[in-house]
Design a protein around this ligand. Structure first.
Ligand code: IDP
Ligand code: MG
Length: 153
Protein backbone atom coordinates (compact mmCIF):
# COMPACT_ATOMS: atom_id res chain seq x y z
CA UNK A 1 0.00 0.00 0.00
CA UNK A 2 1.34 3.44 -0.90
CA UNK A 3 1.93 5.72 2.07
CA UNK A 4 -0.23 8.83 1.73
CA UNK A 5 1.03 10.15 5.07
CA UNK A 6 4.67 10.77 4.12
CA UNK A 7 5.75 14.27 5.15
CA UNK A 8 8.38 16.72 3.97
CA UNK A 9 9.78 19.99 5.27
CA UNK A 10 9.70 22.87 2.78
CA UNK A 11 10.85 26.37 3.66
CA UNK A 12 10.70 29.63 1.75
CA UNK A 13 14.08 31.29 2.39
CA UNK A 14 14.49 35.02 3.12
CA UNK A 15 15.09 35.85 -0.57
CA UNK A 16 11.88 34.02 -1.51
CA UNK A 17 9.97 35.86 1.21
CA UNK A 18 11.37 39.27 0.21
CA UNK A 19 10.47 38.60 -3.41
CA UNK A 20 6.85 37.80 -2.55
CA UNK A 21 7.08 34.15 -3.56
CA UNK A 22 5.38 32.49 -0.55
CA UNK A 23 2.02 32.08 -2.35
CA UNK A 24 3.67 30.89 -5.59
CA UNK A 25 5.67 28.19 -3.77
CA UNK A 26 2.65 27.07 -1.72
CA UNK A 27 0.58 26.89 -4.91
CA UNK A 28 2.99 24.40 -6.50
CA UNK A 29 2.46 21.91 -3.67
CA UNK A 30 -1.26 22.61 -3.24
CA UNK A 31 -2.20 22.13 -6.88
CA UNK A 32 -0.20 18.89 -7.15
CA UNK A 33 -2.54 17.51 -4.49
CA UNK A 34 -0.41 17.67 -1.37
CA UNK A 35 -1.87 18.58 2.01
CA UNK A 36 -0.57 21.42 4.16
CA UNK A 37 0.07 20.19 7.70
CA UNK A 38 1.85 23.22 9.20
CA UNK A 39 3.25 26.63 8.31
CA UNK A 40 4.43 29.75 10.07
CA UNK A 41 6.03 33.11 9.35
CA UNK A 42 9.07 33.68 11.55
CA UNK A 43 12.64 34.86 11.87
CA UNK A 44 15.14 32.25 12.92
CA UNK A 45 18.19 32.90 15.06
CA UNK A 46 21.67 31.98 13.85
CA UNK A 47 22.09 28.94 16.13
CA UNK A 48 18.83 27.42 14.88
CA UNK A 49 19.90 27.76 11.24
CA UNK A 50 23.40 26.47 12.00
CA UNK A 51 21.83 23.32 13.45
CA UNK A 52 19.47 22.97 10.45
CA UNK A 53 22.47 23.00 8.08
CA UNK A 54 24.90 21.19 10.42
CA UNK A 55 25.72 18.54 7.76
CA UNK A 56 27.23 21.35 5.64
CA UNK A 57 29.36 22.86 8.39
CA UNK A 58 32.66 22.03 6.67
CA UNK A 59 31.64 23.78 3.44
CA UNK A 60 33.16 27.12 2.55
CA UNK A 61 29.72 28.66 1.97
CA UNK A 62 28.32 27.53 5.37
CA UNK A 63 28.91 30.80 7.32
CA UNK A 64 27.43 32.94 4.53
CA UNK A 65 24.50 30.55 4.09
CA UNK A 66 23.66 30.63 7.82
CA UNK A 67 24.03 34.43 7.98
CA UNK A 68 21.65 35.06 5.06
CA UNK A 69 19.14 32.52 6.36
CA UNK A 70 19.03 34.19 9.79
CA UNK A 71 18.86 37.80 8.65
CA UNK A 72 15.38 37.81 7.16
CA UNK A 73 12.04 36.10 7.72
CA UNK A 74 11.45 32.54 6.56
CA UNK A 75 8.27 30.56 5.92
CA UNK A 76 8.67 26.93 7.04
CA UNK A 77 5.98 24.42 6.04
CA UNK A 78 5.14 20.76 6.33
CA UNK A 79 3.45 19.07 3.35
CA UNK A 80 2.00 15.56 3.33
CA UNK A 81 1.16 12.97 0.68
CA UNK A 82 2.36 10.04 -1.38
CA UNK A 83 6.08 10.29 -2.29
CA UNK A 84 6.11 13.94 -1.16
CA UNK A 85 9.81 14.06 -0.20
CA UNK A 86 11.02 13.00 -3.66
CA UNK A 87 8.31 14.92 -5.50
CA UNK A 88 9.07 18.01 -3.42
CA UNK A 89 12.67 17.94 -4.64
CA UNK A 90 11.40 17.62 -8.21
CA UNK A 91 9.05 20.60 -7.75
CA UNK A 92 11.98 22.62 -6.33
CA UNK A 93 14.44 21.77 -9.11
CA UNK A 94 18.22 21.43 -8.78
CA UNK A 95 20.23 23.10 -6.00
CA UNK A 96 21.81 25.27 -8.70
CA UNK A 97 18.99 27.30 -10.32
CA UNK A 98 20.96 27.50 -13.57
CA UNK A 99 20.74 23.70 -13.82
CA UNK A 100 17.02 23.67 -12.96
CA UNK A 101 14.47 23.13 -15.71
CA UNK A 102 11.81 25.73 -16.47
CA UNK A 103 8.62 24.66 -14.71
CA UNK A 104 10.44 23.99 -11.46
CA UNK A 105 10.43 26.57 -8.66
CA UNK A 106 14.16 27.29 -8.85
CA UNK A 107 14.12 27.02 -12.64
CA UNK A 108 11.40 29.65 -12.87
CA UNK A 109 12.29 32.15 -10.15
CA UNK A 110 16.00 32.38 -9.39
CA UNK A 111 19.53 32.44 -10.78
CA UNK A 112 22.13 32.04 -7.97
CA UNK A 113 22.89 28.88 -5.99
CA UNK A 114 23.34 31.03 -2.87
CA UNK A 115 19.90 32.66 -3.36
CA UNK A 116 17.79 29.71 -4.46
CA UNK A 117 14.62 30.82 -2.57
CA UNK A 118 13.48 27.55 -1.01
CA UNK A 119 14.56 24.52 0.97
CA UNK A 120 13.23 20.97 0.67
CA UNK A 121 14.13 17.82 2.64
CA UNK A 122 16.30 15.36 0.73
CA UNK A 123 15.09 12.12 2.40
CA UNK A 124 12.30 10.83 4.60
CA UNK A 125 14.74 10.65 7.53
CA UNK A 126 15.98 14.22 7.15
CA UNK A 127 12.35 15.37 6.73
CA UNK A 128 11.54 13.85 10.14
CA UNK A 129 14.53 15.59 11.73
CA UNK A 130 13.77 18.92 10.08
CA UNK A 131 10.07 18.86 10.94
CA UNK A 132 10.85 18.33 14.62
CA UNK A 133 13.59 20.99 14.49
CA UNK A 134 11.16 23.65 13.20
CA UNK A 135 7.75 22.64 14.56
CA UNK A 136 6.32 21.55 17.89
CA UNK A 137 4.06 18.47 17.69
CA UNK A 138 1.08 20.69 18.56
CA UNK A 139 1.71 22.86 15.49
CA UNK A 140 1.17 19.92 13.13
CA UNK A 141 -2.50 19.95 12.17
CA UNK A 142 -4.31 16.64 11.92
CA UNK A 143 -6.99 17.00 9.25
CA UNK A 144 -8.40 15.17 6.24
CA UNK A 145 -9.14 17.49 3.34
CA UNK A 146 -12.31 16.29 1.56
CA UNK A 147 -10.51 16.73 -1.77
CA UNK A 148 -8.27 13.78 -0.83
CA UNK A 149 -11.05 11.45 -1.97
CA UNK A 150 -10.52 12.90 -5.47
CA UNK A 151 -6.70 12.85 -5.35
CA UNK A 152 -6.09 9.23 -4.30
CA UNK A 153 -7.73 6.07 -5.69
P1 IDP B 1 19.61 21.69 -1.36
O1 IDP B 1 19.07 22.96 -0.76
O2 IDP B 1 19.22 21.57 -2.82
O3 IDP B 1 19.28 20.47 -0.57
P2 IDP B 1 22.31 21.48 -0.27
O4 IDP B 1 23.46 20.86 -0.96
O5 IDP B 1 21.70 20.77 0.87
O6 IDP B 1 21.21 21.82 -1.40
O7 IDP B 1 22.79 22.93 0.20
C1 IDP B 1 21.98 23.70 1.06
C2 IDP B 1 21.94 25.11 0.56
O8 IDP B 1 23.25 25.66 0.63
C3 IDP B 1 21.54 25.28 -0.89
O9 IDP B 1 20.13 25.30 -1.10
C4 IDP B 1 22.14 26.62 -1.22
O10 IDP B 1 21.33 27.70 -0.72
C5 IDP B 1 23.43 26.59 -0.41
N1 IDP B 1 24.54 26.18 -1.26
C6 IDP B 1 24.83 24.93 -1.72
N2 IDP B 1 25.94 24.92 -2.49
C7 IDP B 1 26.35 26.21 -2.52
C8 IDP B 1 27.48 26.85 -3.14
O11 IDP B 1 28.28 26.25 -3.83
N3 IDP B 1 27.59 28.20 -2.92
C9 IDP B 1 26.70 28.91 -2.16
N4 IDP B 1 25.66 28.33 -1.55
C10 IDP B 1 25.48 27.01 -1.73
MG1 MG C 1 19.90 19.89 1.32
Amino acid sequence: MADNTERTFIMVKPDGVERGLIPEIMKRFQRKGYKLVASKFMKSDLAHIQEHYVDLKEKKFYPGLCKYMSEGPVFPMVWEGQDVVRQGRILLGETDPLKSKPGTIRGDFCICIGRNICHGSDSVDSAKKEISHWFKKTELVDWGPTENTWIYE
